[in-house]
Design a protein around this ligand. Structure first.
Ligand code: NAD
Length: 449
């Protein structure tokens, strides 16, 4: 099939490349000419495991192309995906300006029947708005489908190639049939394609992210209670995760959720609730707990150094909002860096993939209080403490003796609970994490038969 994908970011580029990889002809469109030029030469501007190879292969085999030429892309495609950003507006609602700009471009350039598929995360009612926008500019027939995307950055290619489900929101039978055919190669392992109405599809995406954010905030609340009462959240996690009704996934305590989706999507669904006069009380609490959670580790740092952070030097491991991505949008590390800087401290940071992005975000600061290091141990030189902000695999089993030797004070503040408190204590390293200040029993163990 001939497809066009508007927006060559984390979602659009992965979707375009993966659709091409199963044999479709895909034209990826973006307004960012620099990005398109890089992509035309096979240079992928984001870090996403496996994506580079797929883009290069499909470019070479001429199933994938990149352009800023909207007219060409629209007229040569039967199915047109919208995968542009939907950032939060000032009031927290999703800003649809990019989505509606694409709808306008489609309307202006349509030459025959098109299926317009919205993959961006958008509030209930957007399919109707996209329909009216296209109608303003075109007399041609078209169908609008809501097809929210559930891929996770860091696992995006794998998630797209083998989705746990595909949601198709439409009342147009032909469009539903064509999209079911398009997705067939991806759901061979008998995962469901669920066809539903547009509004339910739009809300499904927000409900999924809101539920995941709720799990995180819930565990963070339990972790903070653990700290108060002297229990260990890691044991609580194992204990509740063994219950099939709860499950072991996504119940890790930490420094709060970040990224380009959870914070904005929780805000947007709260706003939708308000618009429909329905207060989403749980989600307001989820958001509040998350805001508080971003400061929990800072409180521990301040307490340890008795409030005297001025001129202290902190080594920081991890800047991206989660491992396996270079994305720093709403990363808890950013909050931590700003808070430490406000208190007069210096930061020496390293991330396996987000260095370029950090350089961009902290322009102006770099060299004036923030230094970025390509190697993880180099940033420990002259530091008073190590702070771990992202659970990259390469931080899980470091040389603790070297860390202890290099730090002025042997202390680690771990916002991701990567290490065993007793192991570090035995090595003479002070260790602070989230919700595991005790859990002291020497015979604690999980037995499986
Ligand atoms: P992104 O910021 O990485 O990419 C968006 C791209 O759209 C940019 O390259 C931008 O230049 C381009 N763009 C903007 N206006 C355009 C226009 N008029 N025509 C063509 N291109 C245009 O965003 P993303 O992370 O890929 O997210 C896209 C959407 O998918 C959002 O609604 C997001 O909430 C949703 N989503 C994201 C993820 C994720 O993990 N990033 C997962 C699922 C859903």
């Amino acid at each position: 099939m001939n497809l066009a994908v508007f927006g060559s970011g984390y979602v659009g580029l992965v979707a375009g490349a993966c659709f091409a990889d199963v044999g479709n002809d895909v034209t990826c469109v973006d307004i960012d000419g620099e990005k398109i030029n890089l992509l035309k030469q096979g240079n992928v501007p984001i870090y996403e495991p496996g994506l580079d190879e797929i883009v290069k292969r499909n470019l070479k085999e001429e199933r994938l192309s990149f352009t800023t030429d909207v007219k060409h892309a629209v007229q040569h495609s039967k199915i047109i995906f919208i995968a542009v950003g939907t950032p939060p507006d000032e009031d927290g609602s999703a800003d649809l300006k990019h989505v509606l700009a694409v709808a306008k471009s489609i309307g202006e350039n349509m030459n025959d029947f098109k299926i317009v598929v919205n993959k961006s995360t958008v509030p209930v009612g957007t399919a109707e708005k996209v329909t009216s926008e296209i109608k303003k500019y075109s007399k041609h027939d078209f169908a609008v489908v809501s097809n929210p995307e559930f891929l996770k950055e860091g696992d995006a290619v794998e998630d797209f190639m083998e989705p746990e489900r595909v949601i198709i929101g439409t009342s147009n039978e032909e469009a539903a049939h064509i999209l079911r055919t398009l997705y067939q190669p991806f759901v061979r392992a008998s995962k469901p394609i669920i066809v539903m109405d547009e509004k339910s599809a739009e809300l499904t995406k927000y409900a999924a992210n809101a539920m995941l954010a709720t799990k995180i905030s819930f565990m963070n609340e339990m972790a903070n209670l653990c700290d108060k009462i002297g229990a260990d959240i890691d044991w609580i996690r194992k204990g509740i995760g063994a219950d099939r009704r709860i499950g072991p996934y996504f119940i890790y305590a930490g420094s709060g959720y970040g990224g380009s989706c959870f914070p904005k999507d929780v805000k947007a669904i709260i706003k939708t609730g308000e618009e429909f006069n329905h207060e989403l009380k749980i989600l307001k609490a989820v958001e509040g707990v998350n805001e508080r959670q971003k400061t929990i580790l800072l409180d521990k740092i301040e307490h340890y150094f008795e409030g005297k952070l001025s001129d202290k030097v902190f080594a920081m491991w991890g800047l991206s909002f989660k491992p396996k991505t270079d994305d720093m949008r709403e990363a808890p590390a950013i909050n931590m860096i700003h808070a430490l800087k406000e208190r007069g401290a210096y930061i020496q940071a390293h991330d396996p993939q987000a260095m370029k992005e950090a350089q961009r975000i902290f322009t102006g600061y770099v060299g004036k209080g923030i230094k970025l290091f390509d190697k993880r141990y180099d940033c420990l030189e002259g530091a008073d403490a190590l702070i771990v902000m992202t659970e990259w695999n390469q931080f899980r089993e470091p040389d603790f003796y070297l860390i202890k030797e290099m730090l002025k004070t042997p202390v680690i503040f771990d916002g991701r609970n990567l290490y065993q408190p007793s192991r570090l204590r035995n090595m003479g390293i002070d260790y602070f994490c989230i919700g595991r200040s005790s859990g002291k029993s020497p015979i604690s163990k999980m037995y499986t038969i």
